[in-house]
Design a protein around this ligand. Structure first.
Ligand SMILES: Cc1cc2nc3c(=O)[nH]c(=O)nc-3n(C[C@H](O)[C@H](O)[C@H](O)COP(=O)(O)OP(=O)(O)OC[C@H]3O[C@@H](n4cnc5c(N)ncnc54)[C@H](O)[C@@H]3O)c2cc1C
Length: 262
């Protein structure tokens, strides 16, 4: 079987890459073993225009945020699903310093941040002695819909191989790449943190970091916003269900959270 591209991985990167290649009239085949612990399957899916304790604007956000909204609507429409939702972020200040930092950014006309005229709005739900501000627009990508829906599309097109690709069996030449019965002009690695342990990329300064999350049922918490204090609560698609994350650690030896927490 001859194709233009062999794509390794169907997380977010492999999903988007295959979507745009097909749209551009290219042929591809995607290998994915569907690891339930892959980043894209456990992520919060938050698109947040400001970052860190200092509330800095994300790099290129003015160009990127509108594009992301539009692009996720477009890929969603192609599989008859809604896969993005606008969800402002309620930022409960964990300290007086973060409140000052937030207010300073608002005064500097950061268009994505607002101090709120209703300081008591969430008193029944949360404890927040230092107040809160709002980040808008922000979004959640509904990964639990997007990834399976796009996977189904690849299956319908008969261009998905649901198996482990053994990279040691790849034959890579200057003009083509072969793997079993497939010959492709190029291979593109969308294999997430697996890339860090492979010979082709070992010169790159990977710093793998493992995130941990909990999925919670919180009946009655209004799902129209993301709530952030020391942890972040993201409403999932299923009513009353929330993603809580994320703590992290630098030890990636064991992917399973239970085994690692001892
Ligand atoms: C807990 C957590 C929370 C996060 N929250 C956010 C967030 O809110 N917002 C944000 O922007 N980012 C977030 N991220 C980061 C984001 O999830 C990742 O940057 C993104 O999902 C990476 O996608 P990817 O497609 O590159 O890799 P992955 O999602 O790792 O996908 C790689 C795929 O390749 C497959 N694969 C690998 N090797 C092989 C092989 N040999 N054969 C077959 N298949 C293979 C895997 O099974 C997997 O499906 C979070 C990450 C974590 C861990």
């Amino acid at each position: 079987m001859d194709v233009d591209y062999l794509i390794l991985g169907q997380g977010l990167s492999g999903t988007w890459l295959s979507y745009y290649l097909l749209k551009a009239g290219q042929t591809c085949i995607v290998f994915d073993k569907e690891d339930p612990l892959a980043s894209s399957r456990v992520a919060g899916g938050i698109i947040n225009p400001v970052t860190g304790r200092r509330h800095a604007k994300v790099w290129m956000v003015d160009e990127v945020i509108g594009f992301a909204d539009q692009a996720y609507r477009e890929i969603g429409a192609s599989v008859n699903e809604t896969v993005i939702a606008a969800k402002n972020i309620v930022d409960f200040f964990p300290s007086p310093d973060t409140k000052i930092s937030f207010e300073k950014r608002v005064a500097e006309n950061n268009i994505y941040m607002k101090t709120y005229p209703e300081p008591e709005k969430f008193r029944d739900l949360f404890d927040y002695p230092f107040g809160w501000g709002e980040i808008t627009p922000a979004y959640t990508v509904i990964l639990e819909k997007l990834l399976p829906a796009w996977r189904n599309r690849l299956k319908e097109l008969q261009i998905l191989r649901e198996e482990n690709l053994e990279t040691s069996k790849l034959v890579i030449t200057e003009n083509y790449v072969e793997y079993g019965d497939i010959r492709a002009k190029k291979i593109i690695f969308c294999n997430g943190d697996h890339a860090a342990i492979q010979p082709w990329f070992k010169a790159l300064p990977f710093a793998p970091n493992k995130g941990q999350i909990l999925v919670l049922d919180i009946p009655g918490l209004p799902p129209d916003r993301i709530y952030k204090k020391n942890i972040t609560l993201v409403p999932l698609d299923e009513n009353g269900r929330w993603w809580a994350g994320s703590s992290y650690e630098w030890n990636l030896n064991i992917p399973d959270p239970q085994k690692n927490s001892g």
